[in-house]
Design a protein around this ligand. Structure first.
Ligand code: HEM
Length: 128
């Protein structure tokens, strides 16, 4: 059998969409994340579906519409502390479970997202 992408293995676009919906439902209720996200998640969810599709080996939807991802640069206007990194990852962990993404893909996805989330930190812990 040929090597398949994670994207294909987990069920393609439908599964990515389910994951992203479950993820932002959690983000929108997380006290550490609410302050930096907009009230309306429609646009960020749409972009995240495009991004994660290509990140996990599906069609390059994000780059087609937005150009080079430059994810760290796109996040610089938001103060991303270690606490916010942890919050983001905990929302993602819950969403991977809610979307019933099976092993070994669940761990493979979480590990890759952890590396990217670490790279996104740009601010030391805030006081108080
Ligand atoms: C956009 C926060 C990690 C992918 C955003 C936005 C915020 C944010 C506040 C912008 C919302 C708006 O448009 O107003 C965070 C935090 C992270 C994190 C706190 C913690 C580490 C990640 C990771 C990825 C990612 C790991 C990818 C694997 C994206 C994408 C967008 C986005 C694709 C939309 C970018 C665009 O505008 O084109 N994020 N993010 N983020 N984030 Fe993150």
């Amino acid at each position: 059998e040929e090597a398949r992408s994670i994207y294909e293995a987990i069920g393609g676009q439908e599964k990515i969409d389910e994951l992203v919906e479950a993820f932002y439902a959690r983000v929108s209720k997380h006290p550490d994340l609410i302050p930096i996200f907009p009230d309306d998640f429609t646009e960020v969810a749409r972009k995240q579906k495009q991004f994660l599709t290509q990140f996990f080996g599906g069609p390059p939807l994000y780059i087609q519409e937005h150009g080079h991802p430059m994810m760290r640069k796109r996040h610089l206007r938001f103060p991303i502390t270690p606490t916010r990194r942890d919050a983001w990852l905990s929302c993602m962990e819950g969403a991977l479970e809610e979307a019933n993404i099976e092993e070994p893909f669940r761990s493979a996805m979480f590990d890759r997202l952890t590396l990217t989330a670490n790279h996104m930190m740009n601010t030391p812990e805030e006081k108080g």
